[in-house]
Structure formats: structure tokens, C-alpha cells
Design a binder for this molecule. Structure first.
Ligand SMILES: Nc1ncnc2c1ncn2[C@@H]1O[C@H](COP(=O)(O)OP(=O)(O)OP(=O)(O)O)[C@@H](O)[C@H]1O
Length: 728
């Protein structure tokens, strides 16, 4: 890369410049990968009974003579590093954990696996648990780290479980479901590269903040071909930001909506009660019910989606109209050529075109849903099986400029509609005239936004790699765009609604509605999936109640389940209170066992106005604190803290992850973790949604060090344990 840089900017032929660009790009990418694994590159060593020594690291490395220096953690020979126990030593005498800072070793821990093969002195210096405990005690940075150095045996089994079929990983809070799912992605890509590199891996998370939180884990494992997304982002071209009431989302997530969308499509093909008259200059043509029915049935029999079946419908009607026209102009018999001429003539007549467009209109998924949700009449027709109250929840105002109309729960409905509607002929699409003005404007502004984003990204890459001198951002971005082959699998998959992924991982899977699952399953026809979640944490009313019931329509009897039982996040003192809350969620549920105690007890304090003072006194130097509030008081509490506590930030996104203090709702904090958690007015959280108990359970299990509750309202019974440590 130094050499490429030394060649400088302009000069040379076009060919020279373009070669230089592509070398520079290639080296930049390779360098990026190596940088990503620099920290803690080598973290383990295995000493075998056969006197062999292997070093285990984030990636595999060999020297110039192809001698193995470092074994990739995913390679089969590295397996004993995670799986060997004194009872089954797998040929390993000693497992050593290496802790490094930059390139210096700062600590080692040994596990002794085969006593007979070690000296007394070795034995006296061993301390195996230390590596894990040091790792989970560390301050949180606002980003998830990888755990390659300390993967535990029950986790390792899941990470290395076979690629095929559906694997469900059920586990309580903090048991490592997310981190295990991410390592599994890295492992699968490494082990089944052939199969997965082409089709890619999709990882679905609950919201964008969460994706920011986990996004650095995989590149640091040496993988880039994974698409991280939320369900709301799965429909290319749609930004679903509208916020809606949970009961509205629950109706839209219900599986009956599949029928509703199907009927909405059929509504667009409805035959009018009265015959349709088409007035032309010389005569008037009539399409009666019988004729229209016949044309519609012909189209239906073609089994093509709506927009593609339109051609069948139109052909049938035009033939009939041509024959009618022939009769009207006094031609009793007519040969095929004449009929064809007449048909083509009619096809271009404006009144004929208008009638055909009304009878079987080209329809985009967006148009279909806007039409459905803004019309009482259409809803009554299409959503007959929903109750009156449910239909009323679906009704909404038409889109207005500058206002996001789509909600996350619309995305699977758009996807469902896209399946039933099929593609519109690109020539028709380009003409654009059939599109509503707002839609055209929205498409244009999305394209501009995309271009801006691309340029920013290009600038960032060039600056980071010191290449901005020799390559300009426009050229870099344009090349990325033009050259299909240059796109990563993840980029190609992101822009293609019909992409079939090689493997799909769904995190916080309990939150997905039946309609979400229909869409996700479409993205994974091979049904090679990892589904991780915790039924006790389900916050959405349309969410999963039973893995079996959710999966049976897709893979009845063909899925397997693993359980994670040890909590690596929450100390046992905090988990005891969370376990009390869990009894409210449902009978017979058990909380995971915490791996450590800290001696710090969770507390309660009143009134809630003491919040700023307590946030300051409880926060730990260099650590992260979250204040978790009920949805209804999030903005108010956010403002209060932003004014009174330095560095406090309300809300979602990267800023909230990086701030020393952030204010979040339960939904926003789901899946994340913080050093210190303060829950405000638990009674409100409990009462705010039908799944309030699950929400409170989620809130109480986010802390790695300290937990407190502030309240002015009453303290829920389930939190009575906190009275013992009330801060006065
Ligand atoms: N083997 C391990 N070594 C070190 N840290 C671990 C290990 N397993 C899990 N952890 C840590 O425990 C914490 C919780 O993990 P994670 O977020 O994956 O849990 P989860 O099961 O997804 O939790 P939730 O259901 O609450 O979202 C993380 O900080 C993770 O790094």
C-alpha cells in the first residue's frame, strides 16, 4: 500500500489510474481486516500430551514457509480450547488463556486438564476461572465485545452446532444468546464458506441501536459478509419510522392479515356490478359481467401474481372488444390478421386504456396498503374477518409530504403484498405516470439520501486509509455502485427483496409477530436458521408465546432446541429481585443462575425527584449508566436529566450508546447492558402494556454492577426485597 500511495495522485493513463485505485482498494480492505483483529489477536494456547503447542487466535496465520503460527478459533483443532474438561481432556494437558494489551502480554491463566502430566509447581499457579471473571467484570463500553477467549462449554456446543435446520436457543437474560449467535455466524461462515459466502448470512435484531451495539463483534472476528438488519428495514426502499400504538401493531402482526392482504389484492380485480361502457368516436363498446368474469377467471387460472396476470386479463378483453367492434362496424366475419389489427388499434385508444386500468390496475405494494388503510370501504371488504374495533384501529390518514407513513409493522404486509402483486413491467414503471406524485417525490428523495450516504462513506474510508490524496470520493463511490461484482454479498442482499440467504439468525426472536415470521421465512427457503430469544422477555402483544406454535407451520417436527442457563451479566444479588419479578410474568419460569456475586445490593429510593442526585452518586467512573423509564414519561425524564446531569442523553442511536448516562424506554434498552441501571416508577412500567411484567423483568436484568429503583408511586409487591436496602 505504501508503494501505491507513493505513486501519487494524477498522471499516468486512465488504465494506470484505475489499476492503482483497485490495488489501493484491495489493500485498504485487507488492512481493515487485520486492524480489526489486532486487539487480542492471540488469546490461547493448548499444550498437548504429545508435547505439541498450538496458539489459538482470532484468525489463522502462517509464516512465509506456511508454518502454522496461529490457529483460527473456529478451526476443528481449536475445539479443545472450549470443550476440553478434566473429565474429557481431548489430549490437552494445559489450556492457557493469554490476556494482552496491544502487543504486550499482561496476564495468563491456566486450566489444568491432565494432572498426571504436569509438575507440582505448575499446579500451584493455576487459576482457570479468572479469565472468565476478569472478562465479565470489565467496564462496559457501550459496544458488545467478542468472547472468543472465554466461550463456555454450553455456548460452544451451540456455536458449533450443524448448519442445517432450525436451531432455537432459549435462555434467560444475560446468558449470552446474542453473543453466541454472533459467534455462530462467524463459525458457520468459516466452516461452510462455500455454501454461505455466496448467499450470505442475515442477522436480525430488534432495533437500530441494538445493531450499533453488536456491529463491531463480527468484523473483529474477521467477517464482513453478514447483513445486520431489523425486520423494519427488510423491505428495500422503505424507511419504517412511524410510531404506533402497541394494539395497532398487534392487529397488523396477526396472521389473519395474510388473508386481508390477499383480499385487498382481489378487491383490485373486482368486477363492477353494472356493465362497463367504452365510448369511442364511431361506436360504444360494452363489457358485461359475464365477459369480465371470464377474463378474470382466465387471469386467475394463469396463477401469476396480480401485475403479471394483468396481461392475460387484458389480452382476453381486447380480443372480445375487437370482435365486438367488428360486429358494430358491420364486419360479420373477420380473419385473424384483421382481428389483430383491430385489437392493436383498440389497445392505444385512450378510453379503452382508462377502462382497463380501472378494471385491473397496475398496483405497487405501497399503493395497495395506502389504498387499504385509508378507505373504510376497502377495509370493510378486505378485512371482513377482523372485528369492527380492529378495523377501526387499522384506519389512518393518507400520507402527507415530509411525514413518515410506514411503521415497522407495515413492512411484512408490504412484503406479503409484493408476493401477491408481482413485478410491474419495467417499461411501465419507467413511464411513472401511474405513480402518485408523493410516491415519485419519495422515490427521488430516497435516491438522493442514498447517494449522500454513499459519498460520506467513501470519504470516511479514504480518509481512514490515507488514500484521499490519490482518489476522490465520487470516483470511489461510483465504482462501488457500478461494479456489481465489487459489491459484497451483504450489500447485494440488502437491496434485493427476493434474496434467499444461506443462513438467517434472529435475535430477540420472541418479539416477532406471525406476519414478521412469514417474511423472514421467505428470506430463508432452505430453513437453515438460528432463532435466539427468551419467551419470558416478550414485550410485544403479537410476539411469540411458544416456539413450537410459531415454528410448526414452517418446520413441524424438524427443529431442535438448546438452552442456556448461566447468566454472565447480572450479579446474583440483582438477579434475586429479577427472579421475584419473573413470577409475575408466568408460573413455572425460572431465572438463569448468575455466575458471580459482587456484594452490592440493589436499592430503592423515593421520591422520584431524587433521580438526578442518585444518577450522580451511583454512576461509576468511566462506566455507563442507563435510566429506564415508562414510555409515557421518557421525554420528560430525558429533559430533566439532560439539564441536571452532565453528559446525559435521551433516546436511541449511537449517541445514547456512547453517553455516560442515557435515558431509555424498555423497548430501547432491550438486548443491551450497562454498568449501572436505575429504573424509574416500576409501577408505571408494569401498568403501561399488557406485557408490563415482562418489560419490568427486562429492565431489571440490564445491569452488570448496580441496580436501583426510584419511585414516587407505590413500589410493586414483587420488588419488596429492595426495602432492605432503601436509600434515605
Ligand atoms: N463466555 C463468556 N465470556 C465472557 N462474557 C460472556 C460470555 N458469555 C456471555 N458473556 C457476556 O454476558 C453478557 C450478556 O450476553 P448477551 O447480551 O449475549 O446475553 P443475552 O442472552 O442476549 O441477554 P438478553 O436476553 O438480556 O438480551 C455480555 O456482556 C456478554 O459479553
Amino acid at each position: 500500500m505504501d508503494e501505491v500511495l507513493a505513486q501519487g495522485g494524477g498522471g499516468g493513463t486512465h488504465q494506470n489510474r484505475s489499476e492503482r485505485d483497485s490495488f489501493a482498494g484491495m489493500y485498504a480492505q485487507r488492512l481493515g481486516r487485520l486492524w480489526a483483529v489486532e486487539n487480542g489477536l492471540c488469546f490461547g494456547r493448548l499444550d498437548g500430551a504429545d508435547q505439541s503447542t498450538l496458539y489459538v487466535g482470532r484468525i489463522g496465520l502462517a509464516d512465509d514457509d506456511q508454518r502454522r503460527l496461529l490457529i483460527d478459533w473456529r478451526a476443528p483443532v481449536a475445539r479443545p480450547f472450549y470443550a476440553a474438561t478434566p473429565a474429557a481432556s481431548m489430549g490437552v494437558v494445559r489450556r492457557r488463556h493469554l490476556q494482552t494489551r496491544a502487543r504486550t502480554v499482561i496476564g495468563i491463566d491456566d486450566d489444568l486438564l491432565d494432572l498426571d502430566n504436569l509438575t507440582e509447581e505448575d499446579v500451584s499457579t493455576l487459576n482457570g476461572e479468572a479469565a472468565l471473571l476478569a472478562s465479565i467484570d470489565a467496564r462496559r463500553t457501550g459496544r458488545m465485545r467478542d468472547i472468543v477467549a472465554t466461550i463456555q462449554n454450553e455456548q460452544d456446543r451451540i456455536i458449533r452446532s450443524g448448519l442445517d435446520g432450525v436451531l432455537v436457543v432459549q435462555g434467560g437474560p444475560g446468558t449470552g444468546k446474542t453473543v453466541v449467535a454472533l459467534h455462530r455466524a462467524a463459525y458457520l461462515l468459516y466452516t461452510h464458506r462455500e455454501r454461505l459466502a455466496r448467499r450470505g448470512v442475515l442477522i436480525l435484531g430488534p432495533n437500530l441501536t441494538f445493531l450499533r451495539y453488536i456491529e463491531q463483534v463480527l468484523p473483529s472476528l474477521g467477517e464482513t459478509d453478514v447483513l445486520l438488519s431489523t425486520v423494519a428495514e427488510l423491505y428495500p426502499g422503505i424507511t419504517a419510522t412511524r410510531r404506533e400504538r402497541p394494539e395497532v401493531a398487534a392487529v397488523k402482526g396477526d396472521e389473519r392479515m395474510a388473508q386481508v392482504v390477499a383480499r385487498a389484492v382481489r378487491e383490485r380485480q373486482r368486477v363492477p356490478r353494472k356493465p362497463v361502457e367504452i365510448r369511442l368516436d364511431r361506436y360504444t363498446l360494452t363489457l358485461d359481467g359475464r365477459l369480465l368474469d371470464a377474463a378474470r377467471n382466465r387471469a386467475a387460472r394463469s396463477r401469476r401474481p396480480h401485475n403479471e396476470a394483468r396481461a392475460v386479463f387484458v389480452r382476453h378483453l381486447l380480443n372480445a372488444l375487437a370482435r365486438q367492434a367488428a360486429r358494430l362496424i358491420g364486419k360479420g366475419t373477420i380473419d385473424d390478421d384483421e382481428l389483430a389489427d383491430l385489437r392493436e388499434e383498440l389497445r392505444t385508444e385512450q378510453p379503452v386504456k382508462a377502462a382497463l386500468n380501472r378494471l385491473w390496475p397496475y398496483t405497487t405494494p405501497q399503493q395497495l396498503l395506502i389504498g387499504l388503510f385509508t378507505s373504510r370501504e376497502r377495509l370493510d371488504y378486505a378485512a371482513a374477518e377482523l372485528g369492527e374495533a380492529e378495523r377501526r384501529l387499522l384506519l389512518r390518514e393518507p400520507p402527507r409530504k415530509g411525514e413518515g407513513w410506514w411503521a415497522p409493522s407495515d413492512v411484512p404486509l408490504l412484503d406479503e403484498a409484493a408476493e401477491l402483486l408481482g413485478d410491474i413491467d419495467p417499461a411501465v414503471l419507467r413511464a411513472g405516470a401511474w405513480m402518485a406524485e408523493e410516491e415519485q417525490a419519495a422515490a427521488r428523495s430516497a435516491a438522493e439520501e442514498e447517494q449522500r450516504h454513499r459519498l460520506d462513506y467513501a470519504r470516511e474510508v479514504l480518509e481512514l486509509t490515507g488514500l484521499s490524496e490519490i482518489m476522490d470520493a465520487e470516483r470511489f463511490a461510483a465504482r462501488h455502485m457500478d461494479d456489481e461484482a465489487y459489491l459484497t454479498t451483504a450489500e447485494r442482499a440488502a437491496s434485493d427483496r427476493t434474496w434467499a440467504f444461506g443462513h438467517v439468525i434472529v435475535d430477540e426472536a420472541q418479539e416477532l409477530s406471525p406476519m414478521d415470521w412469514r417474511m423472514v421465512m421467505r428470506r430463508c427457503p432452505s430453513r437453515s436458521m438460528t432463532i435466539v430469544g427468551d419467551l419470558a422477555q416478550t414485550g410485544s402483544s403479537a410476539g411469540v408465546r411458544s416456539w413450537g406454535r410459531m415454528l410448526d407451520p414452517y418446520v413441524a417436527g424438524r427443529w431442535r432446541q438448546e438452552e442456556l442457563t448461566v447468566n454472565y451479566r447480572t450479579p446474583s444479588e440483582l438477579m434475586a429481585v429479577a427472579a421475584d419479578v419473573l413470577t409475575l410474568v408466568g408460573p413455572g419460569l425460572s431465572a438463569p443462575t448468575s455466575v458471580r456475586e459482587t456484594g452490592t445490593h440493589p436499592w430503592a429510593a423515593s421520591p422520584a425527584t431524587r433521580l438526578p442526585e442518585l444518577v450522580k452518586s451511583e454512576s461509576v467512573e468511566g462506566g455507563r449508566t442507563v435510566v429506564i423509564v415508562a414510555e409515557s414519561s421518557a421525554e420528560k425524564t430525558g429533559e430533566l436529566l439532560a439539564e441536571s446531569v452532565e453528559g446525559a442523553v435521551r433516546g436511541r442511536g449511537t449517541a445514547a450508546l456512547d453517553a455516560p448516562v442515557s435515558v431509555m424506554t424498555v423497548a430501547e434498552a432491550k438486548g443491551l447492558e450497562f454498568d449501572v441501571v436505575i429504573v424509574v416508577e416500576p409501577e408505571l412500567i408494569l401498568g403501561e402494556s399488557p406485557r408490563g411484567a415482562s418489560d419490568l423483568y427486562v429492565a431489571m436484568t440490564r445491569a452488570t454492577q448496580r441496580l436501583g429503583v426510584v419511585h414516587t408511586g407505590s413500589l410493586p409487591e414483587a420488588l419488596a426485597r429492595l426495602e432492605r436496602h432503601r436509600i434515605t
